[in-house]
Design a protein around this ligand. Structure first.
Ligand code: G3P
Length: 224
């Protein structure tokens, strides 16, 4: 399973990249706004900055909601860097734009997916990635992980090549469950990724190894 980081923070992207386990980045207009990145020029430069940190795919979302606007914006985004994936919303116009871009060999990510039917439409249009929002479904008392399972089954039934990019991941258990189901990608906040490192027995075990090593080193040679 690929690990993407879901942020527009260059510091967090660098930190995840330095861990050696990062495969890509997803952003959205809310995440860009959170970093204070506004205005077309700054936004475009920010995407290039992200592409210069990570070697995998970087999702850049269009703001337009009409087909022509999405195509115009998407083409500008795709021209920024070969790793840019044009992120488009799950709407009629969005699906038409995905079909347009897939015909031109431009990578796409269909976002704001909350049902299996929407995921089926995205795959039929030739989306590179589909982004089901796990956490936001959980937020409304609906099992987000069940949607990942449904989409996995449907895509496997027909051999769709669209990759399931589990989004709105909130905690490490979401990541584990995605891996068990067979999601292709999980896009996560940095905190959910780094939480995977932690286990109290690892901490205790390492402390004991180091303490034993130190004790042995302090003993006289004859007693060893
Ligand atoms: O990639 C989509 C993701 O950013 C949404 O996450 O936590 O706002 O539901 P969240």
């Amino acid at each position: 399973m690929k690990f993407f980081i879901d942020t527009a923070s260059l510091a967090q992207i660098k930190e995840a990249q330095d861990l050696g386990i990062l495969d890509g980045v997803t952003t959205n207009p809310s995440l860009m706004a959170k970093e204070g990145i506004t205005g077309t020029d700054r936004v475009m430069k920010h995407y290039v900055d992200i592409c210069n940190i990570v070697s995998g795919d970087v999702s850049a979302e269009v703001i337009a909601t009409d087909f022509d606007g999405m195509v115009r914006e998407g083409e500008n985004l795709a021209a920024l860097h070969p790793n840019i994936t044009v992120k488009l919303p799950m709407t009629r116009e969005g699906v038409k734009a995905i079909k347009h871009f897939s015909g031109k060999g431009i990578k796409t990510n269909c976002t704001l997916v909350f049902s299996a039917g929407q995921a089926l439409l995205a795959a039929k249009a030739g989306a590179t990635y589909v982004s089901p929002f796990v956490g936001r479904l959980d937020d409304i008392s609906t099992d987000g992980m069940q949607l990942i399972e449904q989409i996995r089954t449907i895509y496997d039934n027909y051999g769709f090549s669209t990759q399931i990019l589990a989004a709105s991941i909130r905690h490490p258990m979401h990541i584990i469950q995605c891996a068990e189901i067979g999601a292709d990608v999980a896009t996560c906040p940095l905190s959910a990724i780094t939480a995977l490192f932690e286990h109290p027995l690892t901490t205790i075990g390492l402390e004991k190894f180091l303490a034993d090593h130190k004790k042995a080193a302090q003993q006289p040679a004859a007693a060893k």
